[in-house]
Ligand binder design. Structure first.
Ligand code: URA
Length: 437
């Protein structure tokens, strides 16, 4: 067998065998298969797709390229959630302490920012001294003691995904259902949780453009997780506008503290939906008792205290959690409305790109992030605005200000007609089928 035979087969729309898929994954991970050949195969997969069996085999080959974490010694339910990525998506940061307050363990390995999307690990590192690289033993100890911990993906968790993803990012092969499915599921099956909630995003700030394509991806991921013996469900949610009104690293921590203090906004509603579904999936709760437990965790203040506990356990300065005014932020500028009307549309990805221009994300792997910059949205889709109203505040340190202003201005459409309400969730899917919202 040669990699050329495999490329040829996929180019001519034939189904790859498990041996061929393992040959590719193992050969590319070990460095025997060159980037240019792997790129050709990835593009053939993007264009010609994969059968469910091929997607399953690809997931398993990527999973088996590294370690599988064993969390069974915790002796309780270990939950995980994964978002396919978006703008202002800081849900994990609030979910971890909320779920820990509800009596389940959260042992979360997260990623850094990718393309126009922000990364949970970068956001956490904006808290002074926060350590996202705990040893495996320390990670386990914090989860056992506090109930939750969030670290970066360890080097040997699905290393095939790490290499393949880096190549997809620069070869235009990210938005392929079998490639996203195998990438997400290889990591989720390796990370030691027994219950998984996937948050599959659609819209201008997501990799899936439409709710239908996001649902298709969700169904495939749920089928693979179920086959692998996990309790798994997926929510299909809206990413047509930033999820949090705070976008940027320190700003998103401030947005999360607002939610943990009980502020009711789009982010709060999404966090609630994910938490309730995840708690119900564990079998310890039904939808009604899960919602009560969620509310209790917020209203009692225990979720905020738990967040501070997690920050302290991971060597971070917890004073920032109780006093978010301590975060250093850039100078404020503003983008204003050029006419009266309603906000009818947003290009969420361009708002993410604006934050990258300000220095809040990476253009190259080597870039150092400026945690103090970002954007605070003052409007959402459907809002009525008058000429001169502030649409967004920009926190900057000089770098990229003009590009950011122009991106944000062009990303927000103001029209005459109020658009229909944008619901947070479009559908939920688990082994019992699809529930439309
Ligand atoms: N998130 C992942 O982990 N992988 C993908 O391919 C896309 C989003």
């Amino acid at each position: 067998m040669t990699v050329l035979d495999i490329i040829e087969k996929k180019k001519t729309k034939q189904e790859l065998t498990n041996e061929e898929i393992c040959y590719f994954v193992n050969g590319f991970t070990s460095g025997e298969i060159a980037d240019y050949q792997a790129s050709a195969l990835l593009m053939a997969i993007l264009l010609n797709g994969m059968t469910d069996q091929e997607t399953y085999n690809l997931t398993m080959a990527m999973l088996n390229s590294g370690d599988v974490v064993d969390m069974s010694a915790l002796g309780g339910c270990v939950v995980d959630k994964h978002s396919t990525g978006g703008i202002g998506d800081s849900t994990t940061l609030a979910l971890a302490p909320i779920l820990a307050c509800c009596g389940v363990y959260v042992a979360k390995m997260s990623g850094r920012g990718l393309g126009f999307t922000g990364g949970t690990i970068d956001k956490l590192e904006s808290i002074p001294d926060f350590d996202t690289a705990l040893s495996e033993q320390e990670f386990f100890d914090v989860v056992k003691r506090v109930g939750c911990a969030v670290i970066g993906q360890t080097a040997n968790l699905a290393p095939a995904d790490k290499k393949i993803y880096a190549l997809r990012d620069v070869t235009g092969t990210v938005n392929s259902i079998p490639l996203i499915c195998s990438s997400v599921m290889s990591k989720k099956l390796a990370s030691g949780s027994d219950t998984i909630l996937l948050d599959v995003k659609y819209g201008s700030g997501a990799f899936m453009p439409t709710p239908e394509s996001a649902l298709e991806l969700a169904q495939k991921m749920v089928a693979i997780g179920t086959l692998a013996g996990k309790r798994i469900g997926a929510l299909i949610t809206d990413m047509q506008q930033p999820l949090s009104d705070h976008i940027g690293n320190s700003l998103e921590i401030i947005g999360i503290i607002d939610v943990l203090r009980g502020k009711k906004n789009r982010l709060y509603n999404e966090i609630k939906e994910v938490a309730v579904r995840l708690l119900a999936l564990t079998g310890k709760y039904d939808l009604v008792t899960a919602e009560k437990a969620f509310q209790q965790a917020i209203d009692s203040g225990s979720a905020l205290t738990k967040f501070a506990e997690m920050v302290q356990a991971q060597h971070g300065n917890a004073e920032y959690i109780y006093n978010p005014g301590k975060f250093r932020l850039g100078t404020i500028d503003a983008v204003t409305a050029s006419c009266d009307g309603y906000v009818t549309e947003m290009i969420a990805a361009d708002i993410g790109r604006a934050v990258t221009h300000l220095g809040g994300g990476r253009m190259t792997k080597a870039d150092v992030i400026d945690f103090s910059v970002g954007v605070v949205m003052k409007v959402a889709i459907g809002d009525k605005v008058k000429k001169g109203d502030v649409l967004a505040q920009i926190y900057h340190n000089g770098k990229g200000l003009e590009e950011a202003k122009s991106l944000i201005k062009n990303a927000i459409t103001i029209g005459n007609k109020q658009p229909a309400e944008h619901k947070i969730a479009y559908a939920y899917v688990d082994k019992n089928g699809v529930k439309m919202y």
